[in-house]
Design a protein around this ligand. Structure first.
Ligand code: EPZ
Length: 422
């Protein structure tokens, strides 16, 4: 296993290029199972989760080539495609469940390992299964697997809002299944995240008939078959937000290129509120620290609210803000894994139910910390960049799942960070 070693206290300067959005690529890869032939996905980030989904598609019989230099995935689903998503793969990446909808729609059968929980919470899939059942699938849960089958899916009116609001995964999974169903499907309470919109664009290029893009009311007219297509993945808004925090927490001056401004508007507004100096260009932003960081409260929310995937990174920033901040996590029940590690670095955070009360300190102190999940790990890297002294972030495989060579990008910005064997 690898660790990152970080010497804190160096302001970041220079330019960084944002990669494609992991959370858009993964469902697009699954969507290729809805047709036979060669689809091309462009602007693909070189992250571990993409390699895991590649393994999943190959296990099902697809031929997948990842041209890293060109950031392109070529997925050929000609020929026989299986219907089983094994535990060995889904346990590594719960997004493996995205093959459920496409396999049901195309093969009328799917056997998908139930994704377990993960560090940030129980991560149920009840809304995914509710949607599939309402499209006419028979669903059994046996020996830790979802056993699903159907004659032909039939369009229906499906309400997909859960107890914590909209579901990105359920919206995408059920939408993919409905593209080949008989008749019309309405998904009410659909998630609005930009990644959902990017998947809709891909499906419509494949010949699907989906309307309501960007609203909570999606209408899908089922078609007989889809055809391969090409799609460009949107920039990763969470990576962009993570680097914006890095620019401010190190009191640096960086330019972040290849961003979609609309997708990061809420994040940028929050960062301005806490003192970040932000100027915007066509598809780039410049972010400067201005010496001090102002505390403020934060409650995460589904898009277009402040994303839960930026909560940990924002908390790292508030640990060295001037004053007290209350950060409330409304989406996942256990997304404060970074708190104890930040406190080991000298932060002063007290958890109170679904909120964390952060009392700003003058600075953090480097020490060995443990990564636990993707975004908590990113928060520890940000804290290390700001801390006095050396920080070792252990188990960085969590970061490699969703950030493309984050240590190289930070190093090019002047950050003193490098990878070592544990
Ligand atoms: C996606 O997860 C992202 N992952 C997550 O990013 C992100 O945090 C999350 O959306 C919210 O934006 C991918 O896209 C691969 P949800 P997903 O279904 O789809 C509850 C990262 O760091 N729920 O929108 O699994 C659920 O428990 C990852 O990149 C049900 O109750 O999230 C949560 O409270 C972490 N039943 C809420 O809905 C269900 O069937 C939102 O979850 C499904 C979800």
């Amino acid at each position: 296993m690898d660790k990152f070693v970080i010497e804190g206290g160096n302001p970041l300067n220079g330019e960084v290029e944002i990669s494609g959005a992991k959370n858009a690529v993964l469902p697009m890869m699954a969507a290729s199972l809805l047709t036979e032939g060669k689809s091309i996905i462009r602007n693909v980030p070189n992250v571990q989760d993409v390699m895991t989904m590649k393994e999943m598609l190959e296990t099902l019989g697809a031929d997948v080539s990842f041209l890293r230099e060109k950031k392109q995935l070529i997925i050929d689903t000609t020929g026989t495609i299986g219907y089983e998503a094994p535990y060995e793969i889904v346990k590594k990446m719960r997004a493996g469940y995205y093959v459920l909808g496409p396999l049901l729609a195309k093969q009328h059968r799917a056997r998908v390992s139930l994704p377990g929980g993960c560090a940030i919470g129980a991560r149920p899939v009840d809304l995914h299964l509710k949607g599939m059942k309402e499209l006419g699938a028979e669903i059994d849960i046996k020996n830790g697997y979802i056993e699903a089958s159907c004659d032909k899916l039939k369009g229906d009116y499906i309400y997909l809002m859960g107890k914590n609001g909209t579901s990105v995964g359920a919206t995408i999974n059920v939408m993919m299944a409905s593209t080949l169903a008989d008749g019309k499907t309405v998904i009410e309470g659909a998630a609005l995240e930009p990644e959902v919109e990017n998947v809709v664009q891909f499906l419509n290029k494949m010949g699907a008939k989906i309307k309501g893009i960007g609203t909570q009311h999606l209408e899908i007219e089922g078609v007989k078959e889809l055809h391969p297509a090409e799609i460009e993945v949107i920039p990763d808004r969470i990576e962009a937000g993570t680097f914006a925090v890095a620019g401010i927490i190190t009191n640096g001056d960086i330019t972040i290129k290849n961003v979609n401004l609309l997708h990061i508007e809420t994040i940028l507004n929050k960062l301005k509120e806490v003192g970040g100096k932000i100027s915007i260009g066509d598809n780039e932003i410049s972010v400067r620290g201005n010496g001090g960081i102002i505390s403020t409260d934060l409650t995460v929310a589904p898009y277009p609210g402040f994303p839960t995937d930026m909560q940990a990174q924002f908390m790292a920033l508030m640990t060295v803000a001037d004053g007290i901040s209350v950060i409330t996590e409304t989406i996942f029940e256990n997304r404060f894994m970074h708190v104890l590690e930040l406190n080991r670095m000298g932060a002063d955070i007290v958890i109170d139910g679904s909120s964390a009360v952060v009392k700003g300190v003058k600075n953090l102190y480097g020490c060995p910390v443990m990564a636990s999940d993707l975004r908590a790990s990113a928060a520890l890297v940000l804290a290390g960049l700001s801390a006095v002294g050396k920080t070792d972030v252990h188990r960085v495989y969590h970061i490699d799942r969703g950030y493309e060579k984050i240590e190289e990008k930070l190093e090019r910005l002047g950050g003193k960070i490098w990878r070592e064997k544990e």
